[in-house]
Write a protein that binds this ligand. Structure first.
Ligand code: THU
Length: 145
């Protein structure tokens, strides 16, 4: 008899994080790139913090949504990311954000990429783990820092 491969139901917290990232995307300040990004992190406490990209006329001063969300959490006394969601067209964290994620996330923290933009009809969700984000990353715990 053929084995049934029951698909695991998505945990409720994942949907909540996705919706939080999509809501945050609406606040993106991106008059230069016109590329809105939203992010949401769930910390060990279970609390969720959101962020959006905030650009500047001096382009190098712009900051990504993921770092805004993580820095908000850390500035509230939170230390460890359990899950992070980024929502944008072809969403994926940039290299700088990956290094910041490694600083604060558990290696097995779930990374959720939601391919989505405000007028989109459908979203595509991709899952990975924080430990996979940056091969040969500079890891403060390995460096003894
Ligand atoms: N951006 C993010 O917010 N997150 C990423 O992971 C990639 C890029 C922002 C930075 C800038 O405001 C815009 O997207 C275009 O690069």
């Amino acid at each position: 008899m053929a084995k049934k491969t029951a698909k695991k139901a998505a945990p409720a917290w994942r949907d909540k994080l996705i919706e939080a990232a999509k809501r945050a995307q609406k606040n993106a300040y991106c008059p230069y790139s016109r590329y809105p990004v939203g992010a949401a992190v769930m910390m060990d406490s279970g609390r969720v913090y959101t962020g959006c990209n905030v650009e500047n006329a001096s382009f190098g001063l712009s900051i990504c949504a993921e770092r805004v969300a993580i820095f908000k959490a850390v500035s509230q006394g939170e230390k460890k990311v359990k899950a992070l969601c980024v929502a944008a067209k072809s969403a994926k964290p940039c290299g700088a954000c990956r290094q910041v994620i490694i600083e604060f996330a558990h290696k097995d923290a779930e990374m959720i990429y939601v391919d989505w933009f405000p007028m989109a009809k459908k979203q595509k969700v991709t899952l990975t783990k924080a430990g996979k984000l940056l091969p040969q990353a500079f890891d403060p715990s390995e460096a003894g820092l």
